[in-house]
Ligand binder design. Structure first.
Ligand SMILES: Cc1ncc(COP(=O)(O)O)c(C=O)c1O
Length: 343
């Protein structure tokens, strides 16, 4: 029997060995602080090339910080952010965007976690009214909070719509690697319609690092100052850079994401036809959302770690990570099957 693993979150996985190796490698002697070291220069240059980012790349410590910094580059004080109601930004960042940006989040219900031009247009009615916050940024997540992925055509349509409406487009890319793996495209393809986006390392096998990728050249000058103001200019930046260098080596970022996605696919396949279990969203990344009877959830949670996502809807979230194995997935599928049979 294999070690029982958590299906709670890709945040619960450990770090990939290439990341740890690279952290050890940069741990030699002194290095210029605050990102002036050669590893940070190299990591940022490599990321910039991968994305085709004309405004540069800045490393930060958390996904919340990446979202707040990325969006702050795009907003003036009277402007607001349109985002899906389910966005991490809106639900799970303790009001950091509202507090640190000082801006209103203008939310839109989106059943699959995705915005469309029509959903965005539904929030543009108050433009020009001095009493109302002025929508300026559209913030999407790729992959979404529900594990779904925008297609490249959908992203292009959003980009064109935003440009035609004078809006700017931001993407929370905490799981961007999973999206690239799912779509079979380059990071530059996903990033092309964006003004700014984040690129997550943490959920992909890093210890804790995210990149803010500035696509638009006009935003480059102020970005380093805003990162400092927002307390994300860490002095020993080389250790953050090392994590991305580890993930970039041999395309581990893509291999890790591909594996995590494949394990979620295997899990979803194993669940098809299990009585009482229904997939709640399409499985397009490393998350499986399913609804099942409360008694089944309760029994499974006695042995297994995962989140009850939406209690009234009886929806749970099962997540895989870069190091999830076939045997672990199969063991969990057997537990779900057994529960369905015996409960
Ligand atoms: C989609 C998404 N964005 C942002 C974050 C924020 O990351 P952190 O917890 O590092 O602030 C998370 C974390 O789970 C996330 O799932």
């Amino acid at each position: 029997m294999t070690a029982r693993r958590s299906f709670g979150s890709d945040n619960q996985a450990g770090a990939h060995e290439a990341v740890l190796r690279m952290m050890a490698r940069v741990n030699e002697g002194d290095a210029v602080a605050y990102g002036g070291d050669p590893w940070t220069q190299r990591a940022c240059a490599e990321l910039q090339a991968l994305f085709g980012a004309r405004g540069g790349v800045l490393l930060v410590l958390t996904g919340t910080a990446a979202n707040v910094l990325g969006i702050s580059l795009l907003l003036r004080p009277h402007e607001g952010v349109i985002c899906p109601a389910s966005a991490h930004l809106n639900v799970d960042e303790c009001g950091a965007p509202e507090r640190i940006l000082g801006s209103k989040l203008i939310t839109v219900p989106a059943p699959d976690g995705k915005l469309t031009p029509a959903l965005i247009a539904s929030r543009l009615g108050d433009r020009g009214d001095v009493h109302r916050v002025q929508p300026r940024v559209v913030a999407i997540s790729q992959v979404t909070e529900y594990g779904t992925c925008y297609t490249l055509a959908e992203l292009r349509a959003l980009g064109e719509f935003c440009r035609s409406e004078g809006l700017r487009l931001y993407a929370d890319g905490a799981r961007l690697a999973n999206a690239a793996a799912w779509l079979g495209c380059s990071l530059a393809d996903i990033a092309a319609p964006m003004d700014v986006l984040s690129f997550g390392g943490t959920k992909n096998g890093a210890v804790g690092v995210e990149a803010v990728v500035v696509m638009a050249e006009d935003l480059a000058a102020s970005a380093p100052f805003q990162r400092k103001q927002q307390m994300q200019l860490t002095s020993k930046m080389r250790y953050l850079a090392a994590q991305f260098l580890g993930l970039l080596e041999d395309q581990f970022w893509l291999r890790n994401a591909t594996r995590a996605n494949q394990m979620a696919g295997r899990l979803a396949d194993g669940l098809r036809g299990v009585p009482g279990v229904e997939l709640w969203q399409k499985v397009e990344s490393n998350a499986v959302f399913a609804s099942l009877p409360p008694a089944h959830i309760e029994r499974l949670q006695r042995e297994w770690d995962f989140y009850l996502w939406d209690e009234p809807a009886r929806v749970v979230r099962w997540m895989t990570a870069f190091d999830t194995t076939e045997a672990q997935v199969d063991e969990f599928v057997s537990a779900v099957q057994e529960t369905a049979r015996d409960t």
